[in-house]
Design a protein around this ligand. Structure first.
Ligand code: NAD
Ligand code: UDP
Ligand code: UDP
Length: 332
């Protein structure tokens, strides 16, 4: 009696051709504000397969609604402080709450996410040979004594302050990136992101642009935290996403500042950009608030051939439209 032979296995060559044709990209924190815009951009390329890993602390499935069920997209609910086994070619590592009210809510968890989470993503990158990009932050410069801030500036950070779970956490994450690079030859990229704004920001996340736009739409006074002369430089999210992709695809490890050098005081932001007529309510500030911040983007221009294109004046109305529709407030 003869037993039926199983059909021959597909040629491994056919598989390898398939894998070569597609790039598998992991985006940690892909359900968040910047991450979801990055996913939109990556999904435009038909050769990309995107896997998002997120614990939905500050992100939401809603931000990825249009990709659910797409054959090149996968969404995994997972906390990156736990090990993760996936097979990927590139890792955009964004997972970490970015707004002060959220990262201060459970500071120990913020540190774990930055340290253990980044360690796990580096362990993963090492095992599968993936290139990994970390979204670090301008907060690594602390309350800077050099202005504007170049990448060579080492920063002025309070190691025991209420913001340190975030800024020291990111500084350790950068150290881990470089040690895995030196010790294990991992291909790394480090972006130092400056304040970013745009559609899909959490409406009540306490950040200045989202607060001011929501307050203006609700007809409330704008809460300017004292003294109001502190400065920030705001980058529109589409410029940020382009900068991150240029960094990932380029040859430079970084750290590289990605931000818009246009600098504004908080009073200027409220008065000139939101609405000159608006009422301002001066309120108490939080400890260790940096007094000035502006990126030196010489390196990004030279090494990545990248610079921001959207001015704050052009970007704010786009964000306002998004907030208006989410708050259900029609245009007068
Ligand atoms: P966000 O809070 O909208 O997104 C962060 C995402 O990470 C969320 O979806 C959240 O649920 C997820 N997350 C948090 N902890 C996690 C964990 N332990 N496991 C899995 N997922 C987790 O913030 P964002 O503004 O999109 O920021 C993205 C990245 O950019 C962050 O790393 C942040 O530090 C960095 N960054 C942002 C800014 C900015 O102005 N938005 C400035 C500097 C740096
Ligand atoms: N890790 C992971 N996914 C992987 C490989 C590793 O999450 O695919 C985690 C692993 O659990 C470990 C961390 O990454 O906690 C660092 O891994 P590495 O191999 O560098 O160090 P070790 O396991 O020797 O501590
Ligand atoms: N800020 C403000 N009013 C608000 C929220 C924030 O004046 O309602 C100020 C805050 O004091 C800080 C700046 O805006 O100087 C930026 O704060 P945000 O939390 O947006 O970002 P980060 O401090 O992380 O740069």
């Amino acid at each position: 009696q003869t037993t039926a032979k199983p059909p021959p296995l597909p040629s491994p060559l056919r598989f390898s051709k398939y894998f070569q044709a597609n790039t598998r990209i992991l985006v940690t924190g892909g359900a968040g504000f910047i991450g979801s815009h990055l996913v939109d951009k990556l999904m435009e390329n038909e050769k990309n397969e995107v896997i998002v890993v997120d614990n939905f602390f500050t992100g939401s499935k809603d931000n990825l609604r249009k990709w659910i069920d797409h054959p090149r997209f996968e969404l995994i609910r997972h906390d990156i402080t736990q090990p993760l086994l996936v097979e990927v070619d590139k890792i955009y590592h964004l997972a970490c709450p970015a707004s002060p009210i959220f990262y201060k809510y459970n500071p120990v968890k913020t540190i774990k996410t930055n340290v253990i989470g980044t360690l796990n993503m580096l362990g993963l990158a090492k095992r599968v040979g993936a290139r990994i990009l970390l979204t670090s932050t301008s907060e690594v410069y602390g309350d800077p004594l050099t202005h504007p801030q170049p990448e060579t500036y080492w920063g002025n950070v309070n190691p025991i302050g209420v913001r340190s779970c975030y800024d020291e956490g990111k500084r350790v994450a950068e150290t881990l990136m470089y040690d895995y690079h030196r010790q294990h030859g991992i291909e790394i990229r480090i972006a130092r992101i400056f304040n970013t704004y745009g559609p899909r920001m959490n409406i009540d996340d306490g950040r200045v642009v989202s607060n001011f736009i929501a307050q203006a739409l609700r007809g409330e006074p704008l809460t300017v935290q004292k003294p109001g002369t502190q400065t920030r430089s705001f980058c529109y999210v589409s410029d940020m996403v382009d900068g991150l992709i240029c960094l990932m695809e380029g040859k430079n490890t970084g750290p590289i500042n990605i931000g818009n050098p246009g600098e504004f005081t908080m009073v200027e932001l409220a008065k000139t950009l939101i609405n000159p007529e608006v009422e301002i309510n001066m309120v108490e500030n939080t400890p260790d608030d940096p007094r000035q911040r502006k990126p030196d983007i010489t390196k990004a221009k030279e090494l990545l051939d990248w610079q921001p294109r959207v001015t704050l004046r052009d970007g704010l109305p786009l964000m306002e439209d998004d907030f208006r529709s989410r708050l259900g407030i029609s245009k007068r």
